[in-house]
Design a protein around this ligand. Structure first.
Ligand SMILES: NC(=O)c1ccc[n+]([C@@H]2O[C@H](COP(=O)([O-])OP(=O)(O)OC[C@H]3O[C@@H](n4cnc5c(N)ncnc54)[C@H](OP(=O)(O)O)[C@@H]3O)[C@@H](O)[C@H]2O)c1
Length: 394
């Protein structure tokens, strides 16, 4: 039986823990540009594949930063807010993150949402200051909508400093598949393919940003990781040889499941989360060294109260939060999870690229281990190539 999209307390999941330094940096950007493009003391490091250089250390390293635009080389001191796009910011983790970032006064949040009015109301009832956010329409279930969003965002002439691919749907009780506008099974279509196109298109904008630390974050989950107890609750995630995805994931001439098997709504969500984590790592391998952009994923903890569980049976929705709070003790409030994701957006101690972040019971972040499948480089490459075709990039 499909029990959950998250399950266990974080102490049980920790494979190794890193010490995390608390810092005050939450997005304020003061950086100097000298007239010579060769000696630019940006808060940016020469990052190698596994570089874990914090911003403070990076300050001492003068490098010509990749993706630096001409306007940023004018010899001025620049002080501006960071601009972060958060998909699915109309509820749950996305909204809590938008609020946490907006409250610092150092970020302008683009709330990329499918329901404009809902997002606007959510921002208002969260008490977000009017000038701290902009709602823009994005329906990840339509690749045209993704392209339109990118077009609209560029029309706004804002820079893009951080992209957070957060939106998701979870259909644990679905017996039959539903499909996106482009004919792909909905969970993988929204959670993976829509974000895959969005992230690839907006990579160009991230490259152009002159912000000290540019980041692309894709939400993962414990449920896609079979190296955890939660990840072993059936149905287990598994992409197989990707034959369903390669066949078009359309339920007609191919299966609606990535591995080519029978449809299972809970598994489709878990599979989409493996795709998210593999995609983050493939972005890291392909683009980190060239661009200096940080690519990261995370498991924010079990936020048992969010709308993610809206399609679950009522009894589950009633019992799941107290079960997580009192039995597994893995419960994380929306507010706390928002702070965690805000850390991944802006904290210099979380600048390392290619990392899947988690938090221990004291809410300290650490680099977690992904399952064998979720860190399979050959599978990540194949997933990338198949996904490129499905979204029209290849
Ligand atoms: N909750 C947890 O315990 C947990 C654990 C691990 C990972 N996560 C991850 O955290 C992320 C956020 O989940 P959540 O718990 O905050 O769930 P949530 O409250 O249901 O939020 C999901 C967001 O995605 C949006 N969305 C759904 N379909 C969309 C589409 N077609 N186009 C654009 N936006 C769409 C929703 O919009 P509407 O408001 O219009 O529905 C909503 O804003 C997900 O990636 C999830 O996998 C959650």
């Amino acid at each position: 039986m499909a029990l959950q999209a998250c399950y266990l307390p974080s102490p049980l999941l920790a494979r190794k823990e890193g010490k995390v330094k608390e810092t005050a940096f939450l997005g304020a950007s003061v950086f100097e540009h000298h007239k010579s493009g060769l000696h630019v003391p940006l808060l940016r490091s020469k990052r190698g594949v596994n570089a874990s250089v914090g911003v403070v250390k990076a300050q001492t390293t003068a490098v010509a930063a990749p993706g630096l635009n001409q306007a940023s080389l004018q010899g001025k001191k620049v002080l501006r807010k960071g601009v972060v796009v958060v998909t699915g910011a109309s509820s749950g983790l996305g909204l809590a993150t938008a609020k946490a970032l907006a409250e610092t006064g150092k970020w302008h949040v683009i709330m990329a949402c499918r329901d404009f009015l809902k997002a606007e109301k959510a921002a208002q009832s969260a008490g977000m200051a009017k000038e701290s956010y902009t709602v823009m329409h994005l329906d990840l279930a339509s690749l045209d909508s993704v392209r339109q969003f990118v077009h609209n965002f560029r029309q706004s002439e804002r820079p893009l400093d951080v992209l957070v691919c957060n939106a998701a749907i979870y259909r644990p009780t679905a017996r039959t598949p539903t499909y996106t506008a482009d004919g792909y099974e909905m969970s993988v279509g929204v959670n993976h393919l829509g974000h895959f196109l969005l992230a690839n298109l907006l990579l160009e904008d991230l490259k152009k940003s002159d912000y000290p630390s540019r980041r692309l974050i894709i939400l993962g989950s414990i449920t896609g990781n079979t190296n955890t107890l939660a990840g072993n609750v059936p149905p287990k995630a598994g992409l197989g040889d990707l034959r369903g995805l390669a066949g078009g994931l359309n339920g007609r001439n191919s299966s609606a499941m990535i591995d080519g098997g029978d449809f299972d709504g809970a598994k489709a969500y878990k599979d989409s989360k493996i795709c998210n984590m593999l995609t983050m790592q493939e972005f890291h391998r392909r683009f980190h060294e060239e661009t200096g952009i940080t690519f990261a994923s995370l498991y924010p903890g079990c936020i048992a109260t969010t709308g993610l569980f809206r399609e679950h049976i009522p009894l589950f929705r009633l019992l799941f939060p107290p079960f997580q709070r009192f039995i597994t003790k893995g419960f994380v409030s929306e507010e706390e999870s928002g702070k965690r994701l805000a850390q991944v957006v802006s904290d210099p101690s979380l600048v390392k690229s290619g990392v899947y972040w988690s938090w221990n019971k004291d809410s300290a972040s650490f680099e977690n281990q992904l399952s064998q499948e979720a860190s399979d480089t050959a599978k990540a490459r194949k997933l990338w190539e198949v996904s490129e075709k499905l979204v029209g990039l290849a």
